[in-house]
Design a protein around this ligand. Structure first.
Ligand code: ADP
Ligand code: MG
Length: 217
C-alpha cells in the first residue's frame, strides 16, 4: 500500500509539488503524467526515499524498486555482477545486523573486534553459541556447555540457554555430566549408562529427580 499525504516539495523558490494527495491500491498500475519539470521524478524519488518531501508524508509499506531513467547500470561490472551486487550488500548488512543483535543479546557486543585469544572462557562460549545461532538452527546440540567454567559463568549459561529457549522456539539436546546444571535447564533428563538408558525422567513433574539420577549414575 502506498499513500501520498499532503506532499509538498520545493527547490529554491520553485514549488515543484504542492500538497499532493493520492493513494495507490495494491495490484494497480498508476500512470504519473505531466510535462517535463512537473515533478514526476521528484515524486518517485521521494517514494523511493532518495529524497524527502518538505511537508506531508509518504506511507509506503511495499518493497520498492526504482528503475532510473538512465538505467544507472554499473559500467565496470559484468551483467551478472550488476544483478548480484546490491543483494549481496543487502545480505551482508542483514547478516551483520543479525550478528550484532545476537552479540547484544548475549551481552558481548563490546567485544566485536576482539580475537578469541583476548576473551575469557565464558566469553568464548557466548561467541561460540552466537555463531551457532547465526545459522538459525531449530535443534541445538550442546556438548558439555559448562565444562571448565566457574560457578558464576555456569549460572550465566543457564540464564542464557533458558532465554534462548524461550525466545527462539528451539529444541536443545544438552550433554553434560553436571546433574545440577541439567536439572536447572532441562525439561527431561535421559541418563545413559553402559550403552543403555537407565533413567528417562521428566524434570518438571518428578519430585525426586536428583535422587533418582544419583541412584543410577
Ligand atoms: P519531471 O521528472 O517531472 O520531469 P523532476 O521531478 O525531475 O521533474 O523535476 C522537477 C523540478 O525540480 C525541475 O524543475 C527540476 O529542475 C527540479 N529539481 C529536481 N531535482 C532537483 C535538485 N536536486 N535540485 C534542484 N532542483 C531540482
Ligand atoms: Mg523525470
Amino acid at each position: 500500500m502506498l499513500q501520498i499525504k499532503n506532499v509538498s516539495k520545493s527547490f529554491g523558490k520553485q514549488r515543484i509539488l504542492d500538497k499532493i494527495n493520492f493513494d495507490v491500491e495494491s495490484k494497480k498500475i498508476i500512470g504519473l503524467a505531466g510535462p517535463s519539470g512537473s515533478g514526476k521524478s521528484t515524486l518517485l524519488r521521494c517514494i523511493q526515499k532518495l529524497d524527502h518531501p518538505d511537508e506531508g508524508e509518504i506511507i509506503c509499506n511495499e518493497i520498492t524498486g526504482f528503475m532510473f531513467q538512465d538505467f544507472q547500470l554499473f559500467p565496470h561490472m559484468t551483467v551478472l555482477h550488476n544483478l548480484t551486487y546490491a543483494p549481496k550488500q543487502h545480505k551482508m548488512n542483514e547478516i551483520e545486523n543479525r550478528a550484532l543483535n545476537l552479540l547484544r543479546h548475549l551481552s558481548i557486543e563490546d567485544k566485536i573486534n576482539f580475537y578469541p585469544s583476548q576473551l575469557s572462557g565464558g566469553q568464548k562460549q557466548r561467541v561460540a553459541l552466537a555463531r551457532i545461532l547465526m545459522m538459525e538452527p531449530t535443534l541445538l546440540l550442546c556438548d558439555e556447555p559448562t565444562s571448565g567454567l566457574d560457578v558464576a559463568t555456569i549460572s550465566n549459561i543457564v540464564a542464557l540457554l533458558s532465554e534462548i529457549k524461550n525466545s527462539m522456539d528451539i529444541t536443545m539436546v544438552i550433554a553434560s555430566h553436571d546433574l545440577d546444571f541439567l536439572i536447572q535447564i532441562t525439561d527431561r533428563i535421559i541418563l545413559l549408562k553402559n550403552g543403555n538408558i537407565v533413567v528417562d525422567i521428566d524434570v518438571k513433574t518428578s519430585s525426586d529427580t536428583i535422587e533418582t539420577l544419583h541412584k543410577y549414575y
